[in-house]
Write a protein that binds this ligand. Structure first.
Ligand code: HEM
Length: 175
């Protein structure tokens, strides 16, 4: 079965890789600008002025936009997780490629749990606009805090992991 798939996918290898790498670029960089220049400054202002209504209105607006804008990252991620295995099969890769084993360990142990939580906080139970529509301001405030702490603790982990994954994939460093 794998051999048939490999034969069928082989001629498309570079096209699949084009999709894989293009969506890696979207996944890594699509939220960088919004996070660094909108989310972080408004949360810093909120930390300095926790009772300022104008800052809170801006904080909520930025967070709800960020929930929306992260859709680029969250469409790109599953496409990466589909095209990666296709490349693995089409290219006849194996666990003998230690760069790939370490890369996959980082993908599964770091990026996957963080992204699953991010999907929940941004689009499902934690979506701020959906909570706002329920009129439950306490739940809304709790959701804002939860998402902020998630970003604070996950960002220092996911960025180095993402760059290390890309480094391993391109340099194919052997250990
Ligand atoms: C967040 C997840 C991932 C990121 C950031 C990522 C990143 C990359 C990058 C940047 C390349 C291009 C390397 C080059 O041009 O030489 C690449 C290639 C590749 N990736 Fe991924 N990848 C991810 C997930 C996966 C998964 C889950 C698999 C397999 C199960 C996978 C398998 C491969 C393979 C086989 C190649 C081709 C290597 C080559 O032809 O040079 N990737 N990946």
């Amino acid at each position: 079965m794998i051999d048939i798939l490999r034969e069928w996918l082989g001629p498309w290898y570079l096209y699949i890789k084009f999709v894989h790498v293009t969506f890696v670029m979207v996944w890594v960089w699509s939220t960088a600008h919004a996070y660094a220049y909108f989310v972080v400054p408004v949360f810093k202002a909120w930390r300095r002025h926790p009772d300022d209504d104008a800052v809170i209105v801006l904080r909520d607006w930025v967070m709800e936009r960020f929930d929306h804008g992260v859709i680029y990252e969250h469409v790109a991620y599953p496409i990466i997780l589909i095209t990666g295995p296709l490349l693995y099969i089409a290219g006849g890769w194996s666990t003998a490629a230690d760069w790939l084993v370490l890369k996959l360990a980082l993908v599964v142990l770091i990026t996957l749990p963080i992204e699953v939580l991010d999907y929940h906080l941004s689009h499902f139970g934690g979506n701020k606009a959906k909570i706002r529509a329920t009129g439950d301001s306490e739940k809304y405030e709790a959701a804002i805090h939860q998402h902020w702490y998630f970003l604070l603790y996950s960002s220092p982990m996911i960025m180095p992991a993402a760059l290390l994954i890309i480094f391993l994939a391109i340099t194919k460093t052997h250990f």
